[in-house]
Each structure stands twice: as structure tokens, then as C-alpha cells.
Design a protein around this ligand. Structure first.
Ligand code: AMP
Length: 401
């Protein structure tokens, strides 16, 4: 699906295009048409799923049609100042072809500039609950004209003890409005909050990515940290010449690995958080067009990008979250194609495996200790490292398919 198939106006499609997005994420595909229609929604979505655009694009669209007002028309509550800033930035870039005015207010800094900006007029206000109440108490702000209300990360509002403030704010809002609530979990507290404060609403629950495990061969390599690079080199040299996506935990790790593979005269592209959206897009397009054999990525950078189905994924580092493992694995074995997922696990990373195994609900991973043992053999016998390379291959021949 393309963004242009969603019921969005040109200024928004232009802004999305400028950001380099090609396809809507699942939550965007599901939520945008419903929110554009004016319905209330309760969405289950974590950060990184594209939920900010899912609610901000329709809000921008509605408010753009109404024109500027003296008092805010949209209020977005979020639990932390970082999130508030991030949401404000998203509104600014998605609304860059409109005249809407966006303001972020949060505590910990002087409220004077915030009051001055409020006095000049704001269309979209993004706030933490505490500072918002302060400003209301000081009569710097009125919520009488709110037509769009969002609670982001509702579950964290409970965890951080902000829920009383949030309900106080909700009770000050006009009855006639569109409400959107997002939360990483839809547990009883969150559902009760929705039931008490939102009239009719639709639940949007973009289920966890379904991965066709039958088509994927997962292999786990217990390997010492320093042998990871040798294992990778050997697998590249001895394995099939297929396009491969390699995940590293850090941006620095991604860059380091890229340098090594480039030295091997391989065609490599890298995407991570320090690369601009333009650079990421260029890397991805080059990879899709087969100009690169390897794409090295961090999780954060890979999320939201439309990475095509691939025959081989290498987790150079074990992901810190089990769902990241599933997400990474979802980049292969799609549409009936077979795929390989290799995970390199050092001693320090073993603790991270347990939640992954739990998430997989089956011991589907075949393992090899060869590159871990080599270190010991090397230490004991002072043999040249290369002589033992055959070891892991023979062990893998009996692996489960
Ligand atoms: P969020 O979950 O809203 O915090 O978004 C996570 C990241 O994904 C942000 O960096 C967005 O800029 C990016 N993003 C959101 N939607 C898309 C999309 N459709 N395509 C590519 N990137 C996206």
C-alpha cells in the first residue's frame, strides 16, 4: 500500500514524501482512515511503530481545513518531555506544508516563553500533564475549544503516577471532541480509562508480527566476542552469495563492520540513527536495486523502513529485546520463501537469549559452539586459528530444517 491510497490531502502527502516514507506502517494503515473519518480510537502500539504519524496526519488534515484559531484545537498529552518534544517535531515536519502552529509545553524549565507563545495563539499543543495543569491554573490557557485530544503512552501515564492529572484534564475538555488513546499494552487500567472517558471507540490492535517459522532456519552460534568477525568472514566466504541484512546493536558497531566488509571488497550499505533520512533511503534503494550485497543496520534505523524479503539475516549482536528478534526475523521467510537467520551470541550476551526462546515458544534454534571452542583450542595448543575452521560446518550439517 502507498500513502497516496490513504485519504490524505496533498500538503500531507508532500510532507510524508519529503520525510522519505514510502509505505504506511501497519498502525498507520489501520488507524489513519478511521481517524480521518472522525472516530475515536484506542490503539495498541509501541514506540517505533509509526504511531505518531498515525494520529498526527489526520489531526493536521482536520485542523488545516478549519484554519487557525486563537486557542488550541488539538491537545496531545505525553508522559515525558522527550516524548513531547518528539511529537512536536513530528507535527512540525508532517505539517510543514500547512500554517498550523505547534507548541510543546513541559516542566523543568521556565514557563514564561511557553506563556508568551500561548498568548500569540497555538493550534496544536503537546504537553506533559503537570505543566499543562500549571498553565491552566495560571489562566494562560483554555481547553474550551479542543476538538482533538490524544493520550500517548497511556500505560506509562499510570506507571509514572500521572493518571490523576490526566483524568483532571480530561474532565475539563469539551464533550464534543475526537479522542485517540495509544498504549503499548491494553490492560485493565487502560481499558477502564477508555471506557470511562471515551464514548464509542474503535480498538486498533496491530498484532505482533506473524513470522512464518516453518520457512526459516534459525541458527545460533555461540562465539566469543573477538571471533565474531572471523565467523562472519567465513560464512560470507563459504556460504551462498545471497543478499544479507546484518544487524548490529550500536551505530559504531555498524560503521566498524562496514569498514571491515568494504576492505574485503564487498558492496556494503549502512543505515543507522546518525544517517539522515535521505542517506538511509539511498542505502535502502541501492540495496533493493541489488547494488549492495550487504545492508548493515541498527534496529532503530530498520524500524519503519520497508525492507524487502531477504534470504539471509545475520544478528551480529543478540537483540536486547525479544520482540526485536522476531521483528528482525520477519525480514526473511516471507511469502513462502525460505530464509536463514544466524545469531552470533557471545558469553556476555547469553542472558538475552532466555526471553527470545520464550517468545519463540519452541527450541527452534540449532546451535554451534565451534567458534567459541576455537578460542580455547587456540589458547591451549597455540594452533593457527584458520586450521579449525571446518569445525562449525560439520556440526551444522545435521541441523534442523
Ligand atoms: P513513532 O513510532 O511514531 O515514534 O515512529 C518511529 C520512527 O519511524 C520515526 O523515526 C518516524 O519518523 C519513522 N516512521 C514513521 N512512519 C514511517 C513510515 N511510514 N515509513 C518510514 N518511517 C516511518
Amino acid at each position: 500500500m502507498l500513502f497516496s491510497s490513504l485519504p490524505l490531502i496533498q500538503p500531507i502527502l508532500r510532507a510524508v514524501d519529503k520525510k522519505g516514507y514510502t509505505t504506511p506502517s501497519p498502525i498507520q494503515e489501520a488507524a489513519i482512515p478511521i481517524i480521518v473519518e472522525g472516530k475515536n480510537v484506542l490503539g495498541r502500539a509501541e514506540t517505533g511503530t509509526g504511531k505518531t504519524a498515525a494520529f498526527s496526519l489526520p489531526i493536521i488534515q482536520h485542523l488545516n481545513e478549519l484554519g487557525n484559531k486563537r486557542h488550541p484545537s488539538a491537545l496531545i498529552l505525553a508522559p515525558t518531555r522527550e516524548l513531547v518534544e518528539q511529537i512536536k517535531d513530528s507535527f512540525l515536519s508532517y505539517g510543514s506544508f500547512t500554517n498550523l502552529r505547534v507548541l510543546a509545553v513541559y516542566g523543568g524549565i521556565s514557563d514564561r516563553p511557553q506563556k508568551q507563545k500561548l498568548a500569540k495563539g497555538v493550534d496544536i499543543l503537546v504537553a506533559t500533564p503537570g505543566r499543562l495543569l500549571d498553565l491552566i491554573n495560571q489562566k494562560s490557557l483554555m481547553l474550551k475549544f479542543i476538538t482533538h485530544f490524544v493520550i500517548d503512552e497511556a500505560d506509562r501515564m499510570f506507571d509514572m503516577g500521572f493518571i490523576l492529572d490526566v483524568t483532571k484534564i480530561m474532565n475539563m475538555l469539551p464533550k464534543e471532541k475526537q479522542t485517540m488513546m495509544f498504549s503499548a499494552t491494553l490492560d485493565r487500567e487502560v481499558m477502564n480509562l477508555a471506557d470511562e472517558h471515551i464514548g464509542d471507540y474503535e480498538v486498533i490492535d496491530v498484532a505482533k508480527e506473524k513470522v512464518e517459522l516453518n520457512h526459516i532456519t534459525q541458527q545460533l552460534f555461540y562465539v566469543s566476542k573477538r571471533n565474531k568477525i572471523q565467523l562472519l568472514k567465513d560464512q560470507i566466504k563459504n556460504g551462498p552469495a545471497v543478499q544479507t541484512l546484518i544487524f548490529t546493536r550500536t551505530k559504531h558497531g555498524a560503521d566498524q563492520l562496514a569498514t571491515i566488509l568494504l576492505d574485503m571488497k564487498l558492496k556494503v550499505a549502512v543505515i543507522h540513527g546518525n544517517k539522515s533520512q535521505q542517506q538511509r533511503l539511498r542505502a535502502l534503494q541501492g540495496f533493493k536495486a541489488n547494488r549492495f550485497e550487504f545492508l548493515i543496520a541498527t534496529d532503530v534505523a530498520a524500524r519503519g523502513l520497508d525492507i524487502p524479503a531477504l534470504p539471509r539475516i545475520i544478528n551480529y549482536d543478540v537483540p536486547e529485546q525479544a520482540d526485536a528478534y522476531i521483528h528482525r526475523m520477519g525480514r526473511t521467510g516471507r511469502a513462502g520463501l525460505t530464509g536463514d537467520v544466524y545469531t552470533y551470541c557471545s558469553k556476555e550476551e547469553r542472558l538475552l537469549l532466555k526471553p527470545i526462546f520464550k517468545e519463540l515458544e519452541a527450541p527452534l534454534i540449532s546451535t554451534s559452539h565451534a567458534y567459541e571452542e576455537i578460542v580455547e583450542v587456540k589458547k591451549q595448543q597455540s594452533r593457527p586459528f584458520a586450521k579449525k575452521q571446518g569445525g562449525y560446518k560439520s556440526r551444522l550439517s545435521g541441523r534442523k530444517r
